[in-house]
Design a protein around this ligand. Sequence first.
Ligand SMILES: [Zn+2]
Ligand SMILES: [Zn+2]
Length: 340
Amino acid sequence: MRASELLCPRPQGLYCPQADLYIDPTRPVARALITHGHSDHARAGHGCVMATPETLAIMGVRYGDGFCAAQQALKYGERLQVNGVTFSLHPAGHVLGSAQAAVESRGLRIVASGDYKRQGDPTCPGFEVVKCDVFISEATFALPVFKHPCAEQEVRKLIDSAALFPERAHLVGAYALGKAQRLMALMRQCGWTRPIFAHGALMELTGLYQEFGVNLGAVEQVGPAPKSFFAGAIVLCPPSALQTPWSRRFPEPLNCFASGWMRTRARARQQLVELPLVISDHADWRDLTQTIKDTEAGEVWITHGEAEALAHWCKTQGLEAKALRLVGYGEEDEPANSGP
Ligand SMILES: [Zn+2]
Ligand SMILES: [Zn+2]
């Protein structure tokens, strides 16, 4: 069996004809396997949705209980047969519930990794290497210039800055799923014991993380209070809230933004970010290339991002590589002014 017979790109997403199933489809389909809850991968309106219990719960929070006709929870490592094809999910280390999908038939194994990272993250199990014949990778940060620093060091900068400016409030732009909760957990690891304040838009998913046993300490929703109440506070909010009237309730707000894109200083300046925090939930160049080596795959398919650069590197390693040119992915980790 050829790999392209087991999985092939279609306008709706990656398709497995034998099981009549799409992975992370961008349009409504009868049967979908969802790698994780980010809105570019997990959409409402499918027939049957297979995903980890955490991802199904995240989709329920985002879209309401009726987000699909039928749900099938698949725990990490559990195997599911659909018309002779075996599917299993394995930790991707990206956000709570995030998974790589292994697809196997007649001795051929393809792993669709969704989004992933190799850096430690206290809010989800670490990436698990699954050996395979074909590895499907994203390429968001697939240029040698992208080298993510240690996330804990970045969070230390934030905590040090809060100590240095006790009269100001630190506002940290962070995506509502994953980044915000990872920041909270890292703040706790770095010794921040005071309550963490959060914009209302972050509260529901943060509550879900806590329900799944992720310890984030006291998280309080920002409510009406005199400005002075927030002196010295660290407040997390969606990136889009940084430059809005909402931010004027804080004393001398100091804008921070946690994103892999903060590696690019021009982006930080353009968005009036005083304290950029280079924290990414995607693999950087070194981790992308190391992961490809770890899987021992002979062939690499690249979904989105800097596909040409990564494909070129694969070929220098003697690996087959091709860009799938799937559209509709990658908006989740974009800067606030170009993403949804
Ligand atoms: Zn994602
Ligand atoms: Zn994505």
